[in-house]
Design a protein. Sequence first.
Lengths: 220, 168
Amino acid sequence: MKLSSIGRVGIFLFAGTILVSGASARPQTKPASKPASMASDTGGVKALGSKSAPITMEVFEDFQCPACRNFYESSLKMVIDNYVNTGKVYLIHRDFPLDIHPYSHDAARLANAAARLGQFEPVERALFDNQEKWSPNGKIDEAITTDVSALKLKKIRDYEAAHMEEINSSIERDHAMGVQRNVNQTPTIYVTSHGKTEALPGGGVAYPLLKQYLDYLLRQ
Amino acid sequence: MATIAAVSESSTRPGTLPRVLLFLGRFILGAIFAYAAFAKLYFNGGWHFGDYYFFFGMAINSYNLLPLWAVELVARFMPWFELLLGLALLIGIGLRWTGLIASGLLAVFIAAMTRAYILGLEIVCGCFGNSEKLGPWTLIRDSSMLVLALAVTVGAFLIHRRRTVVSS
């Protein structure tokens, strides 16, 4: 039976796609490692997990950003539980407060002060868990008292007041780093493994896909 | 009789200008699709034959349209499909149908992007790599590509019809 032209075109596209994508699925030879393009600052106090973890994940975030909240609640929490706490991922928070969010700098200062007192994780969690409460009016302390005790909060705020310049500099350093790396939205995620840093699509990544990618990197 | 036949043939044979325009249109469209495929396979300074589908899958998934299994399927095959479609357009294989497929594909992309834009999703387009944020210019650009694809398709059908008339 003579094939019509659409049949020929259809077979060409279909078969060609299957063949070529199948060929690409064969194990590839490992590319030569390029020098890590990570910043020399390894995160320090705003980092979770072990520095010797095989994967490093940097997340440029704005505490008042809804997409950052969604990413934190639906993906990052599970990454922390399943990969950071098991020594597979070293997670670094980078501040990238956006000008469109009037209270993001205040939230970032609180988180940075908390980090210096060893309280980064609970404060980060409290900020994102209660974002819808403090985002409209900027009343951060009032919104997070259910998760961070008043005493602890006072201690953090006192520390913040005493080290304001240093904290602002730290936030500005992170922001400058993001600008240099063309961060144009939050969250923006960089994953470093085997000496190579990749930028993930901005706006956050669903946990199942992120898990697949992290598992793939761990298998290499 | 021979003179009438010769006059009749010349009046129904596709002119030079339509054929030149069709050639330019399919060449540009083919190059665009080929580049779209390239941008999904080469990014962050290197080829990603082994892991391109993770990144493209993340971009597709951010549209919140498809179930995970469909995201994975599309992520694996779409770049190669775009590459072959681009090559077919560049070479000029089955132009009526490759034009139609390109138009259909672009229409689906634009519908998905429009929906995401209206919903206020702050995501990457995924059109040419993983770094382009979805915005109004993305929609305008892709709509222009759809117009081009439709023009190529219509042109291909018209020229084919004229050739059919001549040969009959």
